[in-house]
Design a binder for this molecule. Structure first.
Ligand SMILES: NC(=O)c1ccc[n+]([C@@H]2O[C@H](COP(=O)([O-])OP(=O)(O)OC[C@H]3O[C@@H](n4cnc5c(N)ncnc54)[C@H](OP(=O)(O)O)[C@@H]3O)[C@@H](O)[C@H]2O)c1
Length: 229
């Protein structure tokens, strides 16, 4: 039974993808942070043989290192860095965002997912997949309307870092994915988003599974279409 490792599975899209992969008979390790009970704990209780809860605040290098130690010897057929945040006021312009908040969003959305991938990629077999949750808003080419300035910048930075990772000779032939899932009703997406989590989970999980072992980096929307960089 293959194993998926989902970073940020306490709620929202990460939790829904974890549940969908369990439905498809995968083993799932989902990360949460803090000590509070989450939806991932409920999944693990309902499926104790195949669902595991791991603890990770991906902004804490000590926690990434400890996690790597705990996972030694495991195989992660799918490694998906899903977790992300936006600015407190998502529509704030760059001039209204202080350096601390800018740094926090950049670290969480660009630096930390890549640090997790750096730490765990050697646990992913050649026919596996390493993915990160980007956004259509990370597309520089498509940015003609602006808004969500810092969030867009953070996902564009994630995309660039993933392209640099993909360009390393040792990653040649590796299946890598940046996912643009569409605008979905979650705490981050807000109540006006057109898509629901329930409708999106099978589509997004299916996209992840379909790209296992497909060589090269792709930046794809929820329909599997290329997003312009
Ligand atoms: N919803 C959309 O419309 C949409 C569109 C495009 C892209 N995305 C991307 O999809 C991903 C998931 O978003 P969502 O809509 O599901 O948001 P969400 O409901 O707010 O969930 C965010 C998840 O990220 C986790 N997280 C945040 N910071 C973390 C950290 N430092 N370490 C570990 N986990 C952390 C959260 O954990 P806690 O519960 O502990 O806070 C939570 O599990 C994000 O990368 C987001 O940018 C979403």
């Amino acid at each position: 039974m293959p194993t998926a490792f989902i970073v940020g599975a306490s709620r929202g899209l990460g939790l829904a993808i974890a549940a969908e992969l369990l439905e498809r008979e995968w083993n799932v390790i989902g990360t949460v942070r803090g000590g509070a009970r989450t939806g991932m704990h409920d999944l693990a209780d309902s499926c104790p043989d195949r669902a595991e809860v791991e603890t990770l605040d991906m902004n804490r290098p000590d926690q990434i290192a400890a996690l790597r130690g705990r996972l030694a010897g495991r195989t992660l057929d799918l490694l998906f860095a899903n977790a992300g945040v936006t600015t407190h006021d998502p529509l704030a312009r760059i001039g209204d965002v202080d350096a601390d908040e800018f740094t926090q969003v950049m670290i969480t959305n660009a630096y930390s997912p890549m640090r997790v991938i750096e730490a765990l990629h050697d646990l992913v077999p050649a026919d596996g997949l390493i993915g990160a949750m980007s956004s259509g808003q990370g597309s520089i080419a498509n940015n003609e309307i602006g808004t969500r300035e810092v969030y867009r910048a953070s996902k564009a930075a994630l995309n660039m870092l993933m392209r640099s990772f993909a360009a390393r000779p040792e990653q040649n032939g590796r299946a890598l994915l940046l996912m643009a899932p569409g605008w979905i009703r979650t705490d981050l997406g807000g109540e006006h988003a057109p898509y629901t989590v329930a409708d999106s989970a099978p589509i997004l999980a299916g996209l992840l599974l379909s790209k296992r072992g497909v060589p090269g980096l792709q930046y794809l929307d929820r329909f599997g279409k290329d997003v312009p960089w």
